[in-house]
Design a protein around this ligand. Structure first.
Ligand code: GTP
Ligand code: MG
Length: 452
């Protein structure tokens, strides 16, 4: 997710040896400066970062550890606002009310869905969504589909006014003891007085704990400027950068918090519901410096994976009994974890893999589609026991899945090999072998050892 920035920091870190001289430091910082500016980080932020890192490193002695420490401290500082909330913060008295605001098409409705999903799946909260966009045609329908897909309750009424529907939703939330209320509003420009007045009215009625400004990362520094304007006119408590997956540079995320004076709270990095990440400074700094983010990964995994099921699956894999039903169940779980790319980016030392994987959509890859087509043509017994598949059965499958018999053989063989490999991996030392293999694939770059 932060490929570009991470590369900039890793390159700079690589330029300084354990003990080094000021010339090396200057070289590292001037290159870092250039690449950060190229990544669209605001020049004031870059200047502030570089001068601190130079000064601190010199003061403590030029060398890798001091350089890393200075970078880490300053980055954390840049991404933090003293006393402000991080990630998602719950009000002391439920429900926590969040008003989602922003320009047209910035990603408010999608982000509302993603937040609801995050709160429901990861935080195990009872979430209510209110459809207060009564401007755009089909806005309510869009939100109906999103909330139905994630099984979250929606309050909507196209004949009501935004203020009325918010009132109604909040009453329901009080009565039915919801933990969180997310209010999706219509897109608007800060110069549209009429719509801004309407928003102020909604704000007054909703009395929100949080006002999240959703900004499109692809608009670069404009995202920062519009956030500033909304902050002045309405007041905001956090920013969500959407469509970060489409912004190759990513520098906006680094400067935004200081520039707007309000913390960046979440990043949207895809169109699907799990594609939302909390922006928590310490964790992000680890990732920027190439050390991954095991904490966030563990949180996601805990939400997506049922430990009892996982244990059962491990037993099956160990015994070599992994079958097609298990495969389908695993695919469903993978979906909950989010995109492969975002997962890889969180594993220490796997950042480069994430880049290679790119935007691969596992679920829609041709291999997975073929396996799914095959599985849907199988009888329950065949799914349980792939060894039953003799030539006659294979011919039937081929016809059912629209594949030629050779193809069917190939897919079945691949599946068998994968099950064998999984069995091997599940043995003691198997994971270690895998990691060593990965390190070799990546040229054994290794990750920097960040001092704490
Ligand atoms: N790639 C990508 N697309 C996104 C992301 N977030 C939103 N989108 C897409 O951006 C488009 C607009 O998203 P919406 O959520 O409808 O935006 P909105 O702000 O509610 O739009 P209005 O209600 O019309 O003002 C949709 O096609 C979304 O799928 C993201 O993080 N990544
Ligand atoms: Mg919308």
């Amino acid at each position: 997710m932060f490929d570009n920035l991470t590369d900039s920091f890793k390159n700079a870190i690589g330029k300084i040896r354990f003990h080094d001289d000021e010339k090396a430091l200057k070289k590292a910082t001037s290159e870092l400066k250039k690449s950060l500016l190229k990544s669209d980080v605001h020049h004031k932020v870059v200047k502030d970062l570089i001068s601190y890192v130079e000064l601190e490193t010199k003061k403590n002695g030029v060398g890798k550890d001091n350089f890393l420490k200075a970078l880490q401290d300053k980055l954390t500082d840049i991404l933090t606002i003293e006393g402000a909330a991080k990630g998602f913060t719950f009000a002391s008295k439920p429900p926590t009310v969040v008003l989602m605001i922003g320009l047209q098409g910035s990603g408010k409705t999608t982000t509302t869905g993603k937040l609801a999903y995050f709160l429901k799946e990861q935080k195990k909260k009872k979430v209510l969504v209110i459809a207060a966009d009564l401007q755009r045609l089909a806005a309510v329908e869009q939100l109906k589909q999103i909330t139905a897909g994630i099984e979250v309750e929606l309050v909507a009424d196209e004949s009501a006014s935004p203020v009325e529907i918010v009132k109604r939703g909040l009453e329901k939330a009080e009565k039915e003891l919801y933990d969180v209320v997310l209010i999706d509003t219509a897109g608007r420009l800060a110069i549209d007085d009429e719509l801004m007045d309407e928003l102020a009215e909604v704000k007054k009625i909703a009395n929100p704990d949080e006002l999240f400004y959703v900004a499109d990362a692809m608009t670069g520094q404009d995202a920062v400027r519009t956030a500033q304007t909304f902050k002045e006119k309405i007041g905001i408590t956090g920013v969500v950068l959407s469509k970060f997956d489409g912004d190759g540079k990513g520098g906006v995320a680094l400067g935004l918090t200081q520039q707007v004076g309000v913390p960046l709270r979440f990043i949207g990095n895809g169109e699907k519901m799990p594609d939302l990440e909390q922006f928590i400074a310490d964790r992000i700094v680890g990732r920027l410096m190439g050390a991954g983010d095991v904490e966030s990964l563990a949180e996601r995994a805990a939400a997506a994976i049922d430990p009892k099921e996982a244990k059962k699956m491990t037993q099956k894999i160990k015994k070599g009994q992994f079958n097609f039903n298990d495969f389908l169940a695993q695919m469903e779980q993978m979906k909950k974890l989010g995109s492969m790319k975002s997962i890889m980016g969180m594993i220490p030392g796997m950042g480069n893999m994430a880049k290679q994987i790119g935007d691969m959509d596992l679920e829609n890859s041709s291999e997975i589609k073929q396996i799914k087509a095959l599985v849907s043509s199988m009888t329950p017994k065949e799914r349980e026991n792939p060894d039953l598949l003799n030539n006659m059965r294979k011919r039937r499958l081929a016809a059912g899945a629209g594949l030629d018999p050779m193809h069917v053989n190939r897919v079945l063989k691949q599946f068998k090999n994968a099950a064998k490999m999984a069995k091997k991996m599940s043995t003691k030392g198997g994971m270690k072998q895998m990691q060593e293999m990965m390190a070799q694939v990546q040229g054994g770059g290794g990750m920097p050892n960040i001092p704490r």
